[in-house]
Write a new protein. Structure first.
Ligand code: IPE
Ligand code: IPE
Ligand code: MG
Length: 241
């Protein structure tokens, strides 16, 4: 027993990434439109962000809209974009006050220009903060991010700025450059897949698939997931000690 405890992961997770899934099913189960679930999902985001300092989390990355989510109905996409805009406008003062640094990862070229400007402005306003690094993935796909990073690395090589393409060169061109890799990725709604999230960065992350829809996720369930993380043994390809 003492032996197996010693094998466990004593470090706490400091970077947690979340695939916020299940808003639509949560709403439909209540006879409400999908957008109602997204609205409640924003409330969960607020609570989870607030809970991070107490839980010892320095980096939180949230998957809000994937490169594939454009396939949804026009009205759902427009509703999600409006919720994002409102979240930034409503939360920015509180984020500044609480020392949160806000970043966005993903493509910006397919977003409404005024939303893209709002995102950049929020990033600039919070750039000096370091209590919590909150990263929101919008029009984000791991494959698209890697495609863009590969193109940038190839351009470096062609221009003679580098002699070879290394892992660190690719990393320097990812949207997450400068951020640590996630220790733990949590996906709500019971689905067990990555859906194109942080494909490079999560190579050695622990995964936790939680069986509640995102609107029902809570700081208590987050704390439970973190407790579970501490029982995992991370080997990073080496042999257990
Ligand atoms: C939220 O959950 C994730 C987003 C893409 C915004 P969903 O909208 O995917 O809800 P489900 O999975 O259909 O229930
Ligand atoms: C993943 O959820 C994307 C986000 C949470 C933003 P999806 O609901 O889009 O993923 P699939 O379609 O179930 O794989
Ligand atoms: Mg979903």
């Amino acid at each position: 027993m003492a032996n197996s405890r010693a094998k466990r992961n004593v470090a706490t997770a400091t970077h947690v990434a979340m695939i916020m899934d299940g808003n639509g099913r949560w709403a439909v189960a209540r006879g409400r439109p999908r957008l109602f679930g997204h609205k409640r999902g924003v409330e969960t985001v607020r609570e989870i962000v607030k809970s991070c300092p107490d839980l010892g989390i320095s980096h939180l990355t949230l998957y809000a809209f994937s490169t594939e989510n454009w396939k949804r109905s026009k009205s759902e996409v427009a509703g999600l974009m409006l919720l994002l805009r409102r979240y930034i406008l409503k939360e920015i003062a509180a984020l500044v006050e609480r020392g949160v640094r806000l970043r966005f990862i993903g493509r910006r070229d397919r977003l409404d220009a005024s939303l893209a400007r709002l995102m950049s402005s929020a990033e600039q306003q919070t750039a000096g903060n370091d209590k919590l690094n909150l990263t929101i993935a919008i029009d984000y796909g791991g494959r698209d991010e890697l495609r863009r990073a590969a193109a940038a690395a190839a351009a470096d090589l062609a221009a003679g700025r580098v002699d070879e393409i290394t892992e660190s060169l690719i990393e320097s061109h990812l949207d997450t450059a400068g951020l640590p890799d996630p220790d733990l990725v949590i996906r709500t709604s019971g689905e067990c897949r990555t859906s194109n999230f942080l494909l490079w960065q999560a190579a050695y992350s622990e995964y936790d698939f939680v069986d509640v829809n995102w609107p029902d996720f809570s700081p208590e369930l987050f704390a439970q997931a973190l407790d579970g993380f501490m029982t995992r043994e991370r080997r990073f390809g080496a042999v257990a000690k």
